[in-house]
Design a binder for this molecule. Structure first.
Ligand code: GLN
Length: 471
């Protein structure tokens, strides 16, 4: 298991080089990705970049940018200049990005080497990476299972040992849930901490990019590089936007017990309870809390998100981007391009979103869901007067088998613990809390720590103590 911090130390000491690291990454991809399908594209020029980085370490040692020579994979809904950006959709199958997303530019400026683009659910809609137009991705812990989603390719790329870190996007859990299914650390920042410029928009009021890594310290490092105000995204926030969220020696954790009932795997609950015991043993306080509105999060999310999806995806019209199907007239071009270009889940959400925004139903659905969202924020603000961190499992189950979730609603229920975080805009960190046995395989499961707005640093500091420094 490789971490950025050990690689950095090895590169500086000259014990290992970026050239070796990138060559090893490309080799693992060649060996394993035929089965796993984590990558939609691999960038061979990474090797030439690695040679330059190796030379730079020889000359400058520790006096080099923090990510110099680190092989990193990026989800394919994030633009990398000159590279095909598909969003795992047929409609963008041949679309070449004309600029770098702000986060990609910042990663490159810090010396990172992008080795390839990772598979995902089409336009980030899903929780299993089964919705990709370019084949499913498999879980490296058990090839019969999904890696989670929608950033399943990024998670599998790290879990299979190809790269020490990958970038994903999280609209309703798409970094945290695959991290949980693949035994990784996954981080969803405070909304606005990270620029969305150059990310394919899914739900603009929910989307944030975040890292998938093998340690909390690595997640922190990548987040530090990517975060910060961006003139190209007016929703980015300065560090002092929210009141200071102090770091403490011991914390009060709140557990929404009423929320941990039907549909939650009993092994997950057991691991969660023993995680709570270990927190208590380390001197923290753990109390039960009531978050009645959090239970409405799933319903509100599946109205707000498709509404934003339906308007964001209107831009794929067969004229401006990607696939353009022939038609008898302009309307026919729109219809043909969108019918042929989008997969079933994307179409389902566009239909749903268009419905909830339509004149006759706006107040009944969209208006109400936004109201629930506002009240959830108030409920959370009250709760954070009493507790420092809210604790839940990241997902209700370990990785499920390919094809197991037969209908969309069953799949949507996977998101029960993650979507309230995006609806309210707070930060959350997922890291492994153990594993469960299924069919003779040990499958990882994750725990989720939720902090108040602007509490990203609190999550990193407690996460490093609990996870990175585990015995
Ligand atoms: N699984 C959730 C969904 O399908 C989350 C997706 C995401 O975060 N991109 O909407």
């Amino acid at each position: 298991m490789q971490t950025l911090s050990t690689l950095r130390a090895q590169f500086i000491a000259g014990e290992y080089t970026p050239t070796q690291a990138v060559a090893a990454a490309l080799d693992v991809i060649k060996q394993k990705d035929r089965d796993i399908n984590a990558f939609l594209a691999v960038y061979p020029e990474a090797l030439a970049e690695a040679k330059l980085a190796t030379a730079q370490y020889m000359e400058q040692g520790a006096d080099t940018p923090p990510l110099l020579g680190m092989p990193i994979a990026v989800k394919n809904n994030i633009l990398v200049k000159g590279k095909v950006a598909t969003g795992a959709s047929k409609i963008l199958e041949n679309y070449v990005a004309v600029y770098d997303a702000t986060i990609v530019k910042r990663l490159k400026d810090a010396g990172a080497i992008i080795v390839g683009a990772t598979n995902m659910d089409e336009f980030a809609m899903g929780g299993s990476t089964e919705n990709s137009a370019f084949g499913i991705t498999r879980n490296p812990y058990d090839l019969a299972r999904v890696p989670g989603g929608s950033s399943g390719g990024s998670a599998a790329a790290v879990a299979m040992g190809a790269v020490p870190a990958a970038i994903g996007t999280d609209t309703g859990g798409s970094v945290r849930q695959p991290a949980s299914f693949c035994g990784l650390v996954g981080f969803k920042p405070t909304y606005g901490a990270v620029s969305r410029y150059g990310l394919m928009a899914m739900g603009s009021s929910l989307d944030q990019a975040g890292p998938l890594t093998n340690s909390v310290a690595d997640a922190e490092l990548l987040h530090e590089v990517m975060q910060g105000v961006d003139p190209m995204d007016a929703t980015t926030i300065a560090e002092d936007t929210y009141p200071n969220v102090p770091e403490k020696e011991t914390y009060t954790f709140g557990v929404p017990r009423h929320f941990l009932q039907a549909g939650i795997d009993t092994d997950v609950l057991e691991a969660f309870d023993s995680h709570i015991e270990s927190l208590k043993a380390a001197g923290h306080r753990v109390v039960d809390i009531d978050l009645p509105l959090f239970e409405k999060g799933l319903a509100a999310y599946y109205i707000v998100m498709p509404a934003e999806v339906s308007s964001n995806l209107a831009r794929y019209d067969g004229i401006r981007y990607g696939l353009s199907a022939a038609g008898d007239n302009l309307l026919d071009v729109y219809e043909q391009s969108r019918s042929q270009g989008f997969g079933p889940e994307v179409k389902r959400r566009i239909l749903l979103g268009t419905h909830v925004l339509s004149a006759g139903y706006f107040d009944a659905y969209y208006g109400k869901a936004e109201l629930v969202r506002k009240k959830m924020r108030a409920e959370l603000a009250e709760t954070f007067k009493k507790v420092d961190i809210i604790l839940t499992p990241t997902a209700p189950t370990p990785a499920f088998t390919i094809g197991e979730q037969e209908d969309s609603v069953a799949m949507y229920k996977q998101d029960i613990f993650t979507v309230p975080v995006n609806l309210t805009g707070v930060p959350a960190l997922s890291f492994p809390m153990g594993s469960v046995e299924r069919a003779d395989k040990a499958l990882p499961i994750g725990v989720q720590y939720i902090a108040p707005h602007g509490g990203d640093a609190r999550l990193f500091s407690i996460g490093k103590k609990v996870y990175d420094e585990r015995p």
